[in-house]
Design a protein around this ligand. Structure first.
Ligand code: BG6
Length: 501
């Protein structure tokens, strides 16, 4: 296994929640699995005045109990207080980094992780650059930023302009944690390392594609952020469109960051824009209302803390769209995401066209259902193929059966969490699983007219749906004829039988 070069990870916003809950545990896992070099350090920075030791004490409670390893890990952690707006503090940060690399004998390879509110995304990189901390002459200087990359097309563009003023695109790592999920990456392997899928992966054989990301949780104390965001910005513009990119792209010429991101970009460029007058035909928005689940009263979205009691923010989106290119002409794509749905599941359903002739109809016992390939991203990562078989016994009764693979059966392999994988990739300098600036803008370009229509046209309804249900039933209306969404349940193969609330 290749190990990244010695380096220092500088975390901005180190006293925040994300650092404690996600970043440090992810780096710790990399450390435990011997995926980091012996010579590395973490320098936490934030406004809160703390000593190295006090910062270590804050972190330790988020690490699994393992005294020996934890004390080795904590020895690699340092802290520096910073006022993000003060240029002098960046000079001090630079001096601190210089003294660390000297004492630890590490080259000046720095990964700057911005775990801060997005309004600092153009402040911190600019001030780092003014202090010369974008200069790669003595070692790499990379930036990691988290979504949101802008709140609309205009702000996404200006963020890119501001970052690219001082950094090359290949120094910028925009995290979309969905791309770090094992099964999202496995999509490429499923498609391009098997002879059986790719020949049928097109308009000639595929009837429709459905991508659902359901969450049973609500806004969980993030009402202040979410009420200005909504499901379209929070999930569709980034995570779900990136998944669409992976499902729909052409085979890249090589497995390299730019080759793959070019193909994703081509998909985004082919998304058919939704016209203002078509909004209601193609996009459904919803908001959860109060309900009772298993005897427990559940608050509606408008009653959540920090949410406007008259809010029109969507907690659910379902949409239909087309990719106007050679491979996908005429194939509808459906996306659905929502909070307070019955279960937590993210999956891709590839539904194949029916056989041209229903031979067994003549028996009157026809149970034909379309073949579906279901790629389960979470939980219980795996792949399920649904196909028709003859029921044993007299006559020809056709029934659908499942062939399923669960990642959990690869028991002895450590499945890295999304953040582990992405941090490791950024240390290798591999940007494959990060969003490129132009693809972020292309995704916004597709979404922006929908957001504009919602803002301008108050006649576009926002449907209520009781918490714990599958969202407004109007979203079934996006599909033709008898079709409905797949209503997956917790168990990969027993769909339709029960749902975990
Ligand atoms: C985040 C969103 O990006 O993704 C959250 O801001 C959402 O609102 C989360 O809950 C979903 O991620 P996951 O990995 O739990 O599907």
């Amino acid at each position: 296994m290749k190990i990244p070069d010695p380096h220092i990870i500088v975390i901005f916003g180190a006293s925040g929640d994300l650092t404690k809950r996600m970043l440090i545990p992810a780096i710790h896992q990399l450390f435990i699995h011997h995926l980091l070099p012996d010579d590395f350090a973490i320098l936490g920075t934030s406004r809160t005045p703390l000593t190295d030791e006090a910062f270590r004490q804050r972190i330790i409670e988020f690490l699994p109990a393992d005294e020996e390893n934890n004390s080795k890990f904590l020895n690699k952690i340092y802290y520096q207080t910073i006022d993000y707006e003060l240029q002098d503090d960046y000079q001090e940060l630079k001096s601190r980094l210089e003294s660390l690399i000297q004492s630890l004998n590490i080259p000046a390879n720095y990964l700057f992780y911005l775990s801060t509110p997005p309004n600092l995304y153009d402040v911190i990189p600019e001030k780092l650059a003014l202090a010369g901390l974008n200069n790669q002459a003595d070692g790499y200087k990379r930036l990691i930023i988290e979504k949101p990359f802008g709140i609309n097309l205009a702000s996404a563009k200006s963020l890119n302009i501001s970052l690219l003023k001082d950094y090359e695109e290949n120094q910028i790592y925009r995290i979309d944690h969905y791309l770090g999920k094992e099964t999202v990456q496995n999509l490429m392997v499923t498609r391009f390392a098997n002879g059986i899928f790719e020949p049928v992966w097109n308009r000639n054989f595929i009837e429709r594609v459905e991508i659902s990301s359901a969450e049973s949780l609500g806004v969980e104390g993030r009402g202040g952020y979410y009420d200005h965001s909504g499901a379209m910005r929070d999930m569709v513009q980034n995570h779900l469109l990136q998944v669409v990119g992976m499902v729909a792209m052409e085979p890249p010429v090589v497995i390299e960051a730019d080759a793959i991101r070019h193909e994703v970009m081509k998909v985004f460029q082919s998304l058919r824009p939704i016209k203002p007058e078509e909004m209601q035909k193609y996009v459904i928005r919803g908001q959860y209302t109060a309900s009772t689940i298993k005897g427990e009263a559940i608050a509606g979205y408008r009653d959540e803390p920090d949410v406007n009691p008259a809010s029109h923010t969507e907690t659910y989106v379902a949409m239909k769209f087309f990719i106007d290119n050679w491979r996908w002409a005429g194939v509808p794509f459906f996306i659905r995401t929502g909070k307070k749905l019955p279960t937590r599941v993210t999956e891709i359903v590839i539904e194949f066209k029916p056989t041209p002739h229903h031979l067994f109809d003549q028996t009157g016992l026809d149970q034909y259902k379309p073949n579906q390939l279901i790629i389960r991203i979470q939980p219980d990562e795996g792949i399920l193929l649904k196909f028709n078989m003859k029921e044993p016994g007299a006559g020809f009764r056709v029934n659908q059966v499942n062939m399923d693979f669960h990642y959990s059966s690869l028991a002895d392999i450590h499945l890295p969490a999304a953040y582990e994988r992405l941090i490791l990739d950024s240390l290798y300098g591999d940007a494959t699983l990060f969003s490129r600036g132009d693809t972020v803008e292309a995704a916004w370009k597709f979404i922006q007219p929908i957001l504009d229509a919602w803002e301008k046209d108050s006649s576009i309804p926002i449907y209520g749906y009781p918490a714990g249900t599958w969202g407004p039933y109007e979203s079934d209306g996006l599909m033709d004829g008898e079709n409905t969404w797949r209503y997956p349940c917790k168990n990969l193969s027993d769909d339709g039988l029960y749902c975990e609330l």
